[in-house]
Design a protein around this ligand. Sequence first.
Ligand SMILES: Nc1ncnc2c1ncn2[C@@H]1O[C@H](COP(=O)(O)OP(=O)(O)OP(=O)(O)O)[C@@H](O)[C@H]1O
Length: 461
Amino acid sequence: MDLVKPFMDLHVDRVSKEIREQCQELILSDKQIEEIMRRLLKEINRGLGKATQPEADIKCFITYVQDLPNGKEKGKFLALDLGGTNFRVLLIHLKDENDFEMLSKIYAIPQSIMLGSGTQLFDHIAECLANFMKEHSVYEEKLPLGFTFSFPLTQLGLTKGILARWTKGFNCSGVVGEDVVQLLKDAIARRGDVQIEICAILNDTTGTLMSCAWKNHNCRIGLIVGTGSNACYVEKVENCEMFDGPKDPKKEHVLINTEWGAFGDNGALDFVRTEYDREIDHFSINPGRQIQEKMISGMYMGELARLAIVKFTRAGLLFGGVGSDILFKRGQFFTKYVSEIESDKPGTYMYCRDVLDELGLEHATDEDCANVRYICECVSSRAAHLVSAGIAALINKMDEKSVTVGVDGSVYRFHPKFHDLMKAKIRQFVKPDISFDLMLSEDGSGRGAALVAAVACREAH
Ligand SMILES: Nc1ncnc2c1ncn2[C@@H]1O[C@H](COP(=O)(O)OP(=O)(O)OP(=O)(O)O)[C@@H](O)[C@H]1O
């Protein structure tokens, strides 16, 4: 209970005793967080080891990114960003140190393509890319391209990545087990109208880390709390048994894409999962998979809150026992509602009432509002604390004196307390002699992709 109290003191008295008691299972004790850190570290080490990686929850994919930007990268680059809610094409011009220009366009990926064939998906991507190049008059140029592809990839080099599995609502046939860079090249070749040099494929966590490292040379961790949950960090090559191919003795480090969203797939988080977590998983398109992500990320947070609200409504503890059609419908309590409800000044319920009105719950009392807010706080604090457990474990593992964590994703960006909750909880669990900072990434997946491509070009030439 002590963990979430600082943000609740002004309205928590209004929360009903029953709801407080029943929400207790959503609050992680410090002891549980310590245990989560221990299990997570064990899984990370298993992911790094050759013999243990196949069974490890956390795969720790080698990204082959070994050079961080020095701020002096220059030139024009294209970037593609596929990984969640939107697909974007970007044209990035890196100029002088800390100076860049960026043009981008968002394209929708219709549900039919998200669940269609791989050929349809990559033809769609190639078409958007060609249209974008035409619109921005770079149709005739052969520009280097960085492809941010934020799904679990087994990388065999900077430009070869085999899709391990789909996540976050995608399920295109014929892509798992294939080299995604080759599928993109094939789609571009089928069109035959544009020329591209694909220099790197990366995850948005890598992009976030690179983008922050461009400005802040202490950046050693990239974190995403958006549609999904993931982190990457700088590891010693000597610890990476899965590193394939020749090693350059001058390069002692490599970025690891942990894909920690899959933590818990073998049961490691069962000791803190609740009935809401199990229900979310049961009705998802990937049951049994991405267990940690389902407890944290934007794709699920609103639904977690909704399930608790529905349970308490049915039990007569909320809204006088009277719900609404929208409330009882899956997916109708958006994660942004959690941010909005928690943005009210304690003791006031303006945003909360707006949300409840949208849900058809105009009959809510102030007590209902306080209870709904409390439920949201429990769900979002648990998410922030689970992420903090992971970040503290990584910081302690790297054991450097000062570390910046680059963070991106709408949950971190827009939730009013996520940053503060994380800062406090990480401080509690990081070794006392280590200092750390959380830095909001400015467009990691765009500029980061250009930077990985730029650094790769610099090395290749
Ligand atoms: N105001 C908000 N507060 C909290 N969460 C939000 C808010 N707005 C959107 N979200 C959630 O953020 C998620 C989208 O995250 P983001 O915008 O970072 O996109 P993304 O790039 O698709 O994510 P990822 O990087 O994980 O692939 C959605 O699940 C959405 O519910």
